[in-house]
Design a protein around this ligand. Structure first.
Ligand code: ADP
Length: 212
């Protein structure tokens, strides 16, 4: 195991249906050091979604209670519904040295930036606006009206990406996943993070326990 240092908080954002969830799902299949948090939401479950796996599906009242009690690391309203990240689990995982991925929207990302300044902010863009349109429609979860709203708002959202640390194009999925992995590896290697811990261990013990 590498020396115990705090894990990274990696925020992955981008316009709706660009493929954030798909990229994060693929990454977590192959990267045991990466954890993700299950968000809570007031939206209804889509067919096939399981409470506690994709989301914790909770009522508006319970959501407001959690905000009031400070139990959410970030939360955001997207159209009619609320989405939020439970704070305790994220803090515990980071303290244990795991890299946490948050697949959240831009409102939530702004809140994380304020509360966890050391986080890494990754923005996902589509190869074209047409590809984004096809993904929104192809996912088949929105009404025609919701598709139109998402498309109209896409340029404004994409412009927000200029404030992020990194940009990934989600064209070929496996390239996008590789790209995200390399960002995580580069960030971990910083001397202010695991890089520095490795140097200290080498100096103290004369060798490294094990390393990747
Ligand atoms: P988001 O989490 O950003 O809202 P999803 O992960 O739900 O988006 O993906 C939206 C749709 O786009 C899904 O139907 C998914 O299968 C598709 N998709 C994701 N990545 C790609 C890709 N690289 N190429 C083609 N389609 C993709």
């Amino acid at each position: 195991m590498p020396p115990k240092v705090k894990g990274l908080l990696i925020v992955v954002t981008g316009p709706s249906a660009v493929g954030k969830g798909t990229i994060c799902d693929a990454l977590r299949q192959e990267a045991p050091d990466v954890k993700w948090s299950v968000s809570c939401t007031t939206r209804s479950a889509r067919p096939g979604e399981v409470h506690g796996r994709e989301y914790f599906f909770i009522s508006h009242e319970e959501f407001q209670r959690r905000i009031g009690a400070g139990e959410l690391l970030e939360w955001a309203q997207v159209y009619q519904n609320f989405y939020g990240t439970p704070r305790q689990y994220v803090d515990e995982m980071i303290d244990a040295g795991y890299n946490m991925i948050l697949d959240i929207d831009m409102q939530g990302a702004r809140r994380v930036r304020e509360m966890y300044p050391g986080s890494v902010f990754v923005f996902v863009i589509p190869p074209s606006m047409e590809a984004l349109r096809q993904r929104i429609v192809g996912r088949g979860t929105e009404t025609d009206e919701a598709v139109q709203i998402r498309l109209q708002q896409a340029p404004k959202w994409i412009e927000e990406g200029l404030q992020y640390d990194y940009v990934i194009i989600n064209d070929d999925l496996s390239s996008a996943v590789r790209h995200l992995r390399s960002i995580i590896q580069a960030e971990k290697s910083r001397t202010t993070r695991q890089g520095g811990a490795l140097i200290r261990q080498l100096l103290e013990k004369g060798e490294l326990d094990s390393h990747d």
